[in-house]
Write a protein that binds this ligand. Sequence first.
Ligand SMILES: Nc1ncnc2c1ncn2[C@@H]1O[C@H](COP(=O)(O)OP(=O)(O)OP(=O)(O)O)[C@@H](O)[C@H]1O
Length: 189
Amino acid sequence: MQHLSSVPPRRGLVVFLNGTSSSGKSTIAAELLRILDGPYFHMPVDAFHAMRSGTPVPPDQLDVALHRTWRGYHRAVAGMAAAGNDVVMDHVLSAEWRLRDCLAVLPARDVVFVGVHCPPEELARRERARGDRPGGLAAAQLAQVHAHGLYDLELDTGSLDPAECARRIKEFLPDRPSPTAFERLAGTG
Ligand SMILES: Nc1ncnc2c1ncn2[C@@H]1O[C@H](COP(=O)(O)OP(=O)(O)OP(=O)(O)O)[C@@H](O)[C@H]1O
């Protein structure tokens, strides 16, 4: 490897998978990394929570610690894209401020906003089968996660398998709309 004194500027793409817990985001992301051209980074929000040390956070400071993690995650994805890296973002927009913060820091014209849907009965079935998520988590998130009602692409993992979801995203990438859903939501498109 050579140490470069400069790297050609490039705008990284952010494929933003938004859906409730158990909707199938991580499974689609893994499939995407297998089939997409070029190096992509899968950046799931869970990985950022997993990076936090096990030092107990006092209950009265927990909300701040969690919000700093989410805000840091949004900026980390923006930073990777700013350095020219393509990213698959895997997130749950279960609070209105999270979308607002993403709209403020992500490069709106380079975001492909993908709604990952799944019927409630199937979400509950997956939660039971996984056993590592509290029952009812996805149902509690469902209304808020898709409340903004605007995407570049929407997928139903209740009827499509992960490979087909990934294939549809891959096929969509060369014909991305302008303005993007993110530009429209940010009011810049
Ligand atoms: N298209 C699909 N069809 C059937 N089962 C699926 C599909 N996608 C994912 N699953 C299954 O649903 C479960 C949850 O999938 P996955 O971990 O990808 O969801 P997630 O949205 O990333 O969840 P979380 O946000 O809780 O991490 C897994 O057991 C996975 O095998």
